[in-house]
Design a binder for this molecule. Sequence first.
Ligand SMILES: Cc1ncc(COP(=O)(O)O)c(C=O)c1O
Length: 429
Amino acid sequence: MPAETFFPGKFCLTRENPARPWRKTWKSVFKSDKPWFKHLFSPMNFNFETPPERRGTDSQKWQKYAGRDILPLWVADMDFAAPPAVVQALQERVAHGIFGYARPIRSQIESVTAMLATRHGWTIEPEWIVWLPGLVVGLNVCAQAAAAPGDEILCLTPVYPPFMSAPKNTGRHPVSVPFVLDARNQRWEIDWDGLERAVTPRTKAFFLCSPHNPLARVFTRAELERIGEFCLRHDLVLCSDEIHCDLILDPSLRHIPTGTLASEIARRTITLMAPSKTYNVPGLGCALAIIPNPELRRRFVQATTGIVAEVNLLGYVACEAAFRHGEPWRQALLTRLRANRDEVLAWVKRDLPGIRIEAPIEATYLAWMKVKDLGLADPIGHFEAHGVGLSEGRFFGALPGEYVRLNFGCTLTTLQEALLRMKRALSAR
Ligand SMILES: Cc1ncc(COP(=O)(O)O)c(C=O)c1O
């Protein structure tokens, strides 16, 4: 497809016509054989142990406990600097000095299509992409595009809270079907009968979190196909939030994009993705909806009109650099996260009696911990009083006092100190 098709007029910046003043520098950077260039891309040089200090910065995660000795292991961002290639690309773009309204250029779009094809075996057309300033925005837009006020939207709980709040924000009703723990096989299972019982004539959409936050599950092809078949049979739009898809910790598992299932399922699917979780750039506000069906895409775009902000131009730059050049860093990150996950599991088993992680952490950097047996009326308050800030399970749909979520996307030193404090918190009950 010629670039003009999706970059009309002045936005037509082709490879042959690189009308980006910073692009020359960019090109020369990625062709450089200078030692510092090799440093940027050498896995040996990725630093996950002594990242920049976040206290006193704009970090939401750290500001929450400013002035208090509480280690924040709550909101899902990581305490690591973004890949050096991303930082370098941003510095070059900032040096250009003009920050007008932005549109994605061809190379940025191609970075997405190429990444999906090579990493996930998913071939998409560029026009299927709708850029968004965030995934939560995408969930809210999905609610409006897929259902009318008063309609119902299904989700599987526990789940990332906006899955339930997005429908409510726009006068739709979230209907949650709890996962069932198969304790013998240590596996969270979808309650298929419960799903069938939950459907009514007013059910219009299914919000899926794949891989799952907070259960850290990677769904199998059989499960995804069954969800797709369920949506087909009940004529539901399938909104698939795949923000954690490049954070698979179990090397024997693969993320299967919902959009790669049978074409009749893909036609009713809105896939939400972003570089934000994997490359730790959520503050740059860049996400995408991928919608193969033109009519569904039209409805989605219509729901964004006049409300959803433009994507920050730095978000496009970070996205391209991450997808094109972030793979060695991502691999090094996965090694760090696997070690952190193992550390959490070891501490829970050895030093945190009464806390349980009931199923393997297959993906994400989030641990869903059962704290019910501790008998604490306010587990979050108790752990905060002992210097650790966790996420409240209740907001994900769990019963009060039953679960907390721990974010292990931090340095090993921070993690070990937090786990030690949790141990002390248990002794002090
Ligand atoms: C499943 C899921 N979707 C969306 C988001 C947030 O996305 P954004 O920051 O782009 O709104 C998160 C953040 O933790 C998440 O876990």
